[in-house]
Design a binder for this molecule. Structure first.
Ligand code: MSP
Length: 474
């Protein structure tokens, strides 16, 4: 029988700057989700990559005295390197400058044009444009005349552009996002869904999809004097991979809360226009602040993935990022709180349990059963993964660790004369094996290590601690 598929994506990240903790958060979460469905036997695919066209990248390249493509090559490689470092098991790392993406985008745009979803003639488009966001902002989105995210005034945009007739899809989008029959688009968490619906109820305007004065982009197939607006083309990356690989529609677009509108409204409208299915789920997760402040280059508080790995290791980083706060909510990063999280849950919690039990088993020459083959992810996990309750999955695991610790404390096998004969070991070892299995998507390497330690019949205490304790100043 053919396996069911599960296709999850991250945003394609802008290459104006190197990866930081925010990009890392989304990508690790997507990897965890893909690994979970793979573990359940699905043909799970994870797509990630970089977004390389548009005014913002052209400007960043110019600042570095480089050609856009040359600059994009360098930064894109940094992203790929970071994801390899973090053990991200992507099916493809896509770049929007890849040949097949350019071709698929042009075919897509031609289809939009042929079906009449794009106005046949360009018209004057005026608006306030924030290059940092690569999007138009309305007057009431500005704060003291500035883009609230980039703290810069938007530029006046006034040129002849092609229009996509977004307004024609208002009713269908409302119905899809309400999703009363479960066949529409599941926008999560609920507050993002409500946000989308209330914005949709206000009405939709047609949007500009081309640039007359920007060279760094994909030429429109029906008018090569224009390049495609970067967002329109970037969204198509999912289809560039998904369609030929026969995994369309995407099961989950995992994005930050800042770009839910593009994924839940504009992108589905484009797909409907060419007769394709919209994505099944769009999840907008929360944002990190850094010690209470917005993360920004000018504040100098940007946290790089390599810094996290230097302190917590690859697996420790994956763990602390996703356990710190509920996935749909905003949360704060500080080295102090993350150190504490690492020490209490990994060094003292899981690491200590494994070390304690393996030591006792080795010391007492206990032989354990080898039947760990039929251990499956715990019941109820699919439900938690479907709602991206990743922090909850980790909390459940931590509770299991504490329960086993408690059992050991009550039983104190170190005081028993012949602990080898006790059936209690079985319960403890099976418990640890179950923990290893449930942890696999988050900590693939540690999970395998634990599995190997307890594969039976003889147990040897590992020479090194799984998670060395961090020295923290108190
Ligand atoms: N290129 C667009 C996406 C196009 S997708 C078709 C883009 N790129 S980005 O480089 O700015 O990345 C934005 C994403 O990075 C957010 O949606 C989120 O996934 C992640 N984050 C960026 N800053 C973040 C935080 N401070 N906290 C958590 N995640 C954040 O937008």
């Amino acid at each position: 029988m053919e396996k069911s598929k599960f296709f999850v994506t991250t945003p394609v990240y802008y290459v104006n700057d190197i990866p930081h903790i925010g990009h890392t958060y989304t990508t690790v979460a997507a990897d965890v989700v893909a690994r979970f469905w793979k573990q359940l036997g699905y043909d799970a695919r994870l797509l990630t990559g970089t977004d390389e066209h548009g005014a913002k990248i052209a400007a960043a390249a110019k600042n570095h005295n480089k050609e856009p493509k040359e600059y994009a090559d360098e930064i894109s490689a940094e992203f790929k390197k970071a994801w390899q470092l973090l053990d991200i098991d992507f099916s493809r790392f896509i770049r929007t400058t890849d040949e097949d993406h350019i071709k698929v985008s042009q075919d897509f745009l031609q289809k939009l044009y042929d079906t009449g979803a794009i106005d046949p003639k360009p018209r004057l488009y005026k608006g306030l444009y924030c290059i940092g966001c690569e999007k138009f902002l309305s007057q009431n989105e500005l704060k003291d005349g500035l883009c609230p995210d980039h703290l810069k005034p938007p530029v006046e945009h006034s040129e002849e552009n092609y229009y996509f007739k977004l307004s024609a899809y208002q009713d269908r989008l409302i119905e899809l996002i309400k999703n009363e029959d479960g066949k529409g688009i599941e926008v999560q968490p609920a507050k993002r869904k409500h946000e989308m619906l209330s914005k949709l109820e206000l009405g939709l305007e047609d949007i500009s999809i081309s640039r007359a004065n920007l060279e760094w982009g994909i030429p429109l197939p029906f008018d090569e004097s224009h390049t495609t607006y970067v967002w329109i083309e970037a969204l198509i990356n999912y289809y560039t991979y998904g369609s030929p690989n026969k995994v369309w529609p995407a099961d989950l677009h995992l994005v930050g809360k800042d770009i839910v509108w593009f994924h839940a409204v504009i992108w589905p409208a484009m797909l409907l226009a060419i007769g394709e299915q919209p994505p099944k789920q769009v999840f907008g997760h929360g944002f990190f602040t850094i010690s209470g402040q917005k993360m920004s280059k000018s504040l100098g508080n940007v946290i790089k993935p390599s810094e996290l790995v230097a302190r917590y290791g690859v697996e420790g980083t994956r763990y602390v990022l996703l356990s710190a706060f509920p996935f749909g909510e905003d949360g704060d990063f500080s080295w102090e709180t993350f150190d504490q999280l690492y020490n209490s849950n990994l060094a003292n919690g899981l690491g200590n349990l494994v070390s304690r039990v393996s030591k006792l088993l080795e010391l007492n020459k206990v032989t354990i059963s080898q039947d760990q083959e039929n251990i499956k992810p715990s019941l109820g996990l699919s439900e938690l993964y479907s709602t991206l309750s990743l922090d909850q999955v980790l909390r459940n695991i931590s509770e299991k660790v504490s329960t086993l610790d408690q059992k050991l404390n009550e039983w104190h096998p170190w005081e028993i004369k012949d602990p080898n004969t006790s059936s209690n070991w079985n319960e403890i070892v099976q418990g640890i094996r179950q923990i290893a299995c449930d942890l696999y998507p988050f900590l693939p390497e540690t999970s395998t290590k634990i599995r190997d330690i307890f594969s039976g019949p003889d147990v040897k205490k590992p020479e090194q601690a799984l998670f060395p304790r961090l020295e923290v100043s108190s």
